[in-house]
Design a protein around this ligand. Structure first.
Ligand SMILES: O=C(O)CCC(=O)C(=O)O
Length: 264
């Protein structure tokens, strides 16, 4: 696919799948880093370090321990600031090359997260729209989820509603509840997005998406990043004119960070 087609496909469908972003060697390095972060979690817990809050245990595995005695984790936020491996991955040339065709040359990083779906215990993410949570206008960020293990229906891959980014922000854009008729009626529109290890799903922040449970004996771990261009408004809300500083991962004359002033 050439870069023009990337943009056309993304704008039309609200998502794009790109295979083979990461090599086997890069995947091994990410997987070892996930193991290292489990050990770091234990140390942070013992020393009451504030970074401890960036780690979330899997709620469906409370009391369950891994073979090595460490707790089962579900999510690690702000990976860019706690891991060189995942900081470098947020600026991977293959990712940035595609992101620049979608968003332009100047790119800020909104979020860097590891989504860990441990074998047997990984929980569901109900359908939602990321922009329902994110104070950036226009609501047109791009999230990238890179599969660090093969992602299939039985280990909880993504499901999405293609083209739903064109329908604006929904009332049920926040995590939808089972009794939300509009979303249950939309189940027929939903498609599963299995990914090979090393491949990535790029999607629009208005695209309705979620993911299934992990009922398999294999983990489904992904590195997730969200990006946006600096030509946006930061909606700080509630009479609050605070500012927000984001890392620059491309362009902007090589600045390290870029600060947005909030508007109400
Ligand atoms: O990776 C997943 O399973 C879902 C993540 C997700 O939907 C999100 O972080 O918005």
């Amino acid at each position: 696919m050439n870069p023009k087609t990337y943009k056309e496909t993304f704008d039309h469908e609200g998502y794009l799948i790109i295979d083979d972003i990461l090599s086997e060697v890069e995947l091994d390095s990410c997987r070892s880093e996930i193991e290292r972060l489990h050990h770091i979690y234990k140390k942070l817990e013992m020393t009451n370090d504030p970074d401890f809050k960036k780690f979330q245990r899997e709620p469906y595995a409370e009391g369950v321990k891994r073979k090595d005695g460490l707790p089962v984790l579900r999510k690690i936020e702000d990976t860019r600031n706690i891991s060189d491996v995942f900081r470098n991955l947020s600026e991977h040339p293959k990712l940035l090359g595609i992101l620049k065709t979608l968003l332009g040359p100047d790119l800020l990083l909104f979020r860097s997260t590891l989504m860990l779906k441990p074998a047997f215990h990984g929980s569901v993410h109900a359908p939602h729209q990321d922009s329902a949570y994110w104070p950036i206008d226009p609501p047109a960020l791009v999230t990238v989820s890179i599969a660090l293990n093969e992602a299939t229906v039985d280990n909880g891959c993504f499901n999405i509603i293609p083209r739903s980014h064109k329908e604006g922000l929904k009332q049920w854009g926040l995590i939808a509840q089972a009794q939300d008729h509009e979303i249950t009626n939309r189940q027929a529109d939903q498609i599963d997005v299995p990914l090979k290890a090393g491949s990535a799903l790029f999607f629009h922040s208005l695209l309705v998406h979620g993911s299934g449970p992990n009922k398999s004996c294999r983990p489904r771990n992904t590195a997730l990043y969200a990006y946006f261009p600096p030509q946006v408004r930061f909606l700080s809300g509630n009479g609050n004119s605070k500012t927000m500083t984001y890392p620059v991962v491309s362009g902007l004359d090589g600045l390290d960070t870029f600060t947005l002033k909030g508007i109400n």
